[in-house]
Every structure is written in C-alpha cells, then in structure tokens.
Design a protein around this ligand. Sequence first.
Ligand code: HEM
Length: 222
Amino acid sequence: MASKVIMAITGLILVAFLLAHMFGNFKMLLPDDGLEFNEYSHWLRTLLYPALPEGVFLWLFRIVLLASVILHMWSAFKLRNRARQSAGSVRYARSRRMERSYAARTMIWGGIIIVLFVVMHILQYTAEVLRFGYDEGVTTLAPYDRVLAGFSEWWVVLAYAIAMIAVCMHVAHGFHSAFTTLGANTSKGARKLLKALANIVAGLLFVGFMIPPVLILIGVIP
Ligand code: HEM
C-alpha cells in the first residue's frame, strides 16, 4: 500500500511539473523574439534570490523532481514484482493481462521511454551537449534560440511527438490510477469523472507541448 501511495503522490508531483513546464513554454509564442522566454529562463535561476544564493532554489527544485522520478520508478518495480509473485498460475496472469487496457499494460515501457527522452532533453536544452540544428562552430545559444534550432529539424519534432505520445498515454492511465489509490474512485460516477479528467490532462499535455515545435517547424515562429 505504501508503494502505491508513493507512486501516486510522486506521479502527481510530476504531472504538476509538466503542466507548469507546458505553460512556461507558451512564452515562446509571444511576438517578442524570445525576450520573455529568455527572461523567464533567467528568472528560474534567480528565484528566491537574494534570500537564497543564486541558483539554489532551482537546484532544490531539481532535487525534488529527481527524487520523485526515482521513488516513482522504485515503487513501480516493487509493485510489478509483487504482482508477478502473487499472480499464481500462468492462465490467471494471462486472463488478467487481457482485462487491462493497452495504456495500463505499457506503463513500465512508457516510463522507460519517458526517462530516456528526459535524459536526451536535458542534454539538448539544459546542458547543450546535443546541439541539434546549431550552425557549424556554435556551442551555445540563448534558451529561445536553442529551442528554435532544435525544432527546425523535422526529425527532432518527430522524436518529440513520439515522446509526447508516451507521456500522454502514461498520464492518461497514471492520473486516474493515482486518484483511485488516494481514495477518490468511490462510485461509478466518480470513476467516469476521473477517467474524463485524466484524458483531458493527457490531451492538454500532448497538444500544449506540441504547439511550439510544430509552429517552429512550419515557420510560424520565425
Ligand atoms: C516540446 C516540448 C518541450 C519543450 C519545447 C521543452 C523545452 C525545455 C527547455 C527550453 C528547457 C531548458 C530550460 C532552461 O534551461 O531554461 C527544458 C528543461 C527541462 N524539461 Fe522540457 N520541454 C518540453 C517537454 C518536456 C517534457 C515532456 C518533459 C518531461 C517528461 C520535460 C522535462 C524537462 C526537464 C526535467 C528539464 C530540466 C529542468 C532543469 O533545468 O533542471 N520537458 N525544457
């Protein structure tokens, strides 16, 4: 039970981060050549300064995020092992497998794809180790120009779209599951509402995250 609650709470922390990140990315859509977006990126690094030294709040935030990801994965593997041990006969396991939705069955694989994506994403946009779309010899760009460079390549947009499908499927099942663990799934009506909410949040994340890459690729964001 403890593993399930940890998984639910850390999952909801990560969904809250995704929603905040998605809204932050909308600053890319302002017609100001990235001024607000770059300022926002700088603001993230100076949050709570001078109460705390510059960048400390961002690191605390990163530690909370990383701890959430680790605990989320740890509880997922723990629950999976426990389910395997108690599954009993192969026949029972097979019939259980068929009852579960596609999204539910692919949670572990979806999670692994998302982790690989996040590693690539941080190497690309935070660390600038992967410099997709940069001009020859350029090693660093302002945050707004980093995003423009990356999404000027069609295959980067495609890779992001695939990752966003994984995020969307993971959230669609996970959001509903988390609230069920936390005791909100108390009736048929509540289940319907939770499922609808989960699909809305997942759909919003997919569309919201894909708007900037697609607009950059087709040249609407120049
Ligand atoms: C198309 C969608 C996305 C775009 C355009 C985007 C853009 C960015 C950019 C520009 C940064 C660097 C911010 C900075 O250093 O100022 C960043 C950081 C990050 N993004 Fe995204 N992102 C997207 C989707 C996602 C998704 C789906 C996830 C998670 C599943 C994610 C997780 C992160 C994380 C963990 C960081 C590092 C934050 C840090 O500096 O510690 N991003 N993103």
